[in-house]
Design a protein around this ligand. Structure first.
Ligand code: AMP
Length: 141
């Protein structure tokens, strides 16, 4: 497998400011925003700023940065959404379920009595996503 990185994938376009996103956090190496088709309330995505398709081709330095931000967001999400657990999901290539080919980690709040919604299911209300991004950002402060 040596598919090339596509500079016009959705997340590259969000990074360039060409598409909107409900942003939560940003540092030199990573960006975090809400998933538009959340599998649970508070579902966020953590991406590196440098280009890579997934864990199979990412530079270790970028992977370390993404994982450090993922931990930060997971801890904040637990607090912000009063979650009982956090699911971290990450897909590599189409056969595994990957649909956007810029590396990303899903941070998904979980509660024992709440089932996960389908991957790539319904679009959430933008107002709801905005409120959740605000809540998550506040929990990071
Ligand atoms: P996957 O590549 O399978 O890990 O999933 C890509 C994820 O990106 C899915 O959970 C989608 O709901 C999400 N997604 C797709 N387009 C956008 C977008 N414009 N903004 C935020 N999330 C998105």
């Amino acid at each position: 497998m040596d598919a090339a990185y596509d500079n016009d994938n959705i997340f590259a376009r969000i990074l360039r400011g060409e598409l909107p996103a409900h942003k939560v956090y940003e540092d030199d190496a990573t960006l975090v925003f809400m998933d538009v088709m959340p599998r649970a309330d508070g579902h966020a995505l953590v991406i590196p700023k440098n280009p890579s398709r997934n864990v199979l081709d990412i530079e270790p330095r970028d992977l370390n940065a993404v994982l450090a931000t993922t931990q930060k967001i997971a801890r904040a999400a637990l607090k912000a959404f009063d979650a009982e657990g956090i699911l971290i999901q990450q897909y590599n290539e189409a056969a595994s379920g990957q649909t956007v080919f810029h590396t990303h980690f899903h941070v998904i709040p979980r509660w024992a009595d709440t089932a996960l919604r389908p991957h790539g299911g319904e679009m959430a209300d933008p107002e709801v996503l905005k409120a959740q991004a605000d809540k998550l950002r506040a929990a990071l402060a």
